[in-house]
Design a protein around this ligand. Structure first.
Ligand SMILES: Cc1cc2nc3c(=O)[nH]c(=O)nc-3n(C[C@H](O)[C@H](O)[C@H](O)COP(=O)(O)OP(=O)(O)OC[C@H]3O[C@@H](n4cnc5c(N)ncnc54)[C@H](O)[C@@H]3O)c2cc1C
Length: 437
């Protein structure tokens, strides 16, 4: 297998690595390369920070391993190689009446990446997390192959799902798809005037899919205003979608300056009429709104950006309001800010979801933003919440035990699965996840 030295980054482009990368095309070559030289896997690098980085080391790029191995039309269980993209599974199966129960906000995420971060979708309050629908994982550990299931090998399963790739390389997985009417969605959007209204609207929403866009620049009586999107899958087959647009170069630093973001947010808020609106769209539009613009991460310029995402228990919702006030007053927010009610569903020791509310905000990679994110992390910990490691590049290791109380169980299983630490990544080193405790 050829290894090629490559410079690469997480999706936020704020942290970098240089690694030797191998791109096996067959499961047999994956097995051969891992027997010789065990190394962590990477998918489509849609994690924002350093989860998939291994500076000065080796990584296995899984993206060529994207075949569908089998599908049982009775049970809806599909077996796929781990490099398959979740959006492709949605496209292929929804028109035939089946859909991956959980899809994150980008269709580019691979099945391996979805398992390793136990991702959540806009229907988390209904169906839980990705790992709850995985019935079997084929894990390559050096020259060994393990079949991992939620019941027969529960400990290894819980350490692998949401386990940041530390138990071995996920070669393939069986996922239980959910019946669906078609690949169109009835989408209702309505303006929400402020924070309290938003909380009530999310709590009262009965839609299968919902998410709130927040104007993170709005202050005072407008604080927390935004748009609530609610969706239901409906029958019909989507027309062929036009080509995605592309951001061709790094934007200049003023492209997302405070006045530009304020103007953009005002227009975005007002694009939905006062009385709301209902449209029917191909599912990819509401599921993966940002995928329509390739390389949109270049909008933040060369220095890149950070996304802060936390979840806090419902009882601590006041903390979330204080966070939003801090963000609005900082003048540092970008147009992307999302609020969502989560259910309790999670499948791994280190899974992010928690019964509560999640807030995600993008910030340009500037020192003032890094200080602000540090404060938001502290507030999250004090509120008994946690930061999403798939988005993180900045957090300090001291916060892990409080935010991830099952870390010790994860660590025990990981030490057994990968005793030599061959799967270690930059995030794992930064957060000292595998350090002796
Ligand atoms: C626009 C956008 C929207 C998003 N929306 C959401 C959302 O709504 N909900 C959500 O939960 N997440 C969301 N994410 C985050 C994204 O879903 C996760 O970061 C996901 O893990 C990315 O998958 P990937 O294939 O790019 O994995 P990578 O980023 O390449 O890798 C992520 C982790 O998975 C491990 N890994 C990857 N493949 C394997 C494998 N085969 N075996 C073992 N380990 C592996 C890597 O080592 C790394 O630790 C979003 C990201 C973007 C860019």
């Amino acid at each position: 297998m050829r290894w090629k030295r490559t410079e690469y980054t997480g999706w936020g482009r704020a942290v970098h690595a240089s690694a030797e990368i191998a791109r096996p095309e067959r499961l047999s070559s994956l097995r051969a390369v891992l027997s010789e030289s065990p190394a962590p896997a990477i998918g489509q690098l849609r994690s924002y920070g350093d989860a998939a980085l291994n500076d000065d080391g080796k990584v296995i790029d899984m993206t060529r391993l994207d075949r569908i191995i089998g599908f049982d039309a009775e049970s809806g269980v599909v077996e796929v190689e781990a490099g398959a993209m979740i959006g492709d599974l949605g496209r292929i199966f929804a028109a035939r009446g089946w859909i991956p129960p959980v899809m994150p906000g980008t269709g580019f995420a691979t099945v391996g990446g979805c398992i390793a971060n136990d991702v959540h979708g806009k229907n988390h309050h209904v169906v839980g997390s990705f790992g709850q629908h995985v019935t079997e994982i084929t894990l390559f550990q050096g020259d060994k192959t393990r079949k991992v299931t939620p019941d027969r090998t529960a400990d290894l399963f819980k350490a692998t799902v949401g386990g940041l790739g530390q138990t071995g390389v996920i070669a393939s997985a069986k996922i239980s798809l959910m019946p669906c009417k078609g690949d169109m969605m009835v989408l209702t959007e309505r303006r929400v005037d402020g924070w309290d209204e938003f909380l009530a609207a999310l709590e009262n929403s009965r839609a299968d899919y919902n998410v709130g866009w927040i104007d993170a620049t709005a202050k005072g009586s407008n604080l927390g205003r935004g748009i609530l999107e609610e969706g239901e899958i409906t029958s019909g087959v989507s027309p062929t979608i036009g080509r995605a647009r592309e951001v061709p170069f790094n934007a200049p630093h003023w492209a997302l300056s405070a006045p530009v973001v304020r103007m953009f947010n005002e227009a975005y808020y007002r694009r939905v009429p006062v009385g709301g609106r209902t449209t029917v769209k191909p599912i990819s539009a509401p599921f993966f709104p940002l995928d329509a613009i390739h390389n949109w991460n270049r909008l933040y310029g060369k220095r890149g950006f950070h996304q802060f995402q936390c979840v806090v228990p419902v009882a601590e919702v006041q903390t979330l309001r204080q966070m939003l006030e801090l963000v609005a007053n900082s003048g540092l927010a970008s147009p992307l800010a999302v609020l969502k009610r989560m259910g309790g569903g999670r499948a791994g020791y280190m899974s992010f979801p928690m019964d509560g509310l999640t807030l995600a905000v993008d910030f340009p990679n500037r020192s003032a933003a890094r200080v602000l994110i540090g404060n938001l992390e502290r507030m999250t910990e004090d509120a008994g919440g946690r930061v999403y490691l798939a988005k993180d590049a900045l957090m300090a290791p001291e916060r892990i035990e409080a935010m991830y109380p099952e870390h010790a169980l994860w660590l025990k299983a990981v030490r057994k699965a990968d005793p030599d630490g061959a799967m270690t990544t930059d995030l794992v080193r930064r957060l000292k996840l595998r350090a002796p405790s």
